[in-house]
Design a protein around this ligand. Structure first.
Ligand code: T5A
Length: 205
């Protein structure tokens, strides 16, 4: 069997990724296509443990470098243990966040430097990249109003609106630079957004 396909979803907190991933996996199920759904940080036993440390709001003392290296550690594990073997086996792999999150959150918003983050992304993935990335673009205000309906915030969501604004600006700059990243208007209805995403997947899945 040939190589599969690696699709990632990105955007600020509460932009609608999980909702769109549900639409896509329902579509793939309907078509009987073999696929795997993962999330970052997480997706492996080690990665889920790292996720708990990263998102625990009690960990207020975590310095940005620790945060960056923990995201990359979880990534190294999931790429080697799950993503790369599955794509090589011919599976469609969908991941809720990947290295563009680190570029936008830690590189831009935390101001840790895009070159440092790009180098660490490459180190963690061994150069393995998504075939296509969907960036769901919405304003932090709109994302916030969607999130409050859901309740309690995690450590990173607690950083507030100004932080989310910086993350969004980082994502938009990444999308300008990379043809791999497809920017989608996340303010559309869930159904229209799903249709826009599917139109970009023709020939890939
Ligand atoms: N992080 C992660 C880093 O800082 N660096 C990294 O390298 C990585 C990998 C992860 C956190 O870690 C950070 C980023 C994050 O802060 P997470 O659990 O992945 O945390 O959290 P989020 O990515 O923020 O996921 P969320 O579940 O909060 O948001 P989603 O998945 O984007 O949004 P979703 O689909 O759950 O939708 C949110 C709400 O909006 C509604 C939904 O019903 C839901 O209630 N909604 C819509 N409403 C109107 N119109 C639409 N089109 C809608 N789509 C969804």
């Amino acid at each position: 069997m040939g190589r599969g396909c690696f699709i990632t979803f990105e955007g600020i907190d509460g932009c609608g990724k999980s909702t769109q991933i549900r639409f896509l996996t329902d579509y793939l199920k309907e078509k009987g296509r073999d696929h795997l759904l993962l999330r970052e940080p997480g997706g492996t036993v080690i990665g889920e443990n790292i996720r708990n440390i990263l998102l625990d709001k009690k960990n207020t003392g975590m310095i940005p470098m620790t945060e960056l290296l923990l995201f990359e550690a979880a990534r190294a594990q999931i790429v080697s243990e799950v993503i790369k073997p599955a794509v090589e086996e011919g599976k469609i792999v969908i991941c809720d966040r990947f290295f563009d999150s680190t570029s936008a959150y830690q590189g831009y918003a935390r101001n840790m430097g895009s070159e440092v983050v790009e180098n660490l992304n490459r180190l963690a993935t061994g150069g393995f990249e998504p075939d296509i990335t969907f960036l769901l673009d919405i304003s932090p205000e709109e994302a916030f109003s969607r999130r409050v309906a859901r309740g309690e915030e995690d450590r990173i969501e607690k950083l507030g609106m100004e932080f989310q604004e910086k993350v969004r600006a980082g994502y938009l700059e990444l999308a300008e630079k990379s043809p791999r990243i497809v920017k989608i208007d996340g303010t559309m209805s869930p159904e229209d957004t799903a249709e826009a995403i599917l139109s970009h997947l023709e020939g890939l899945i």
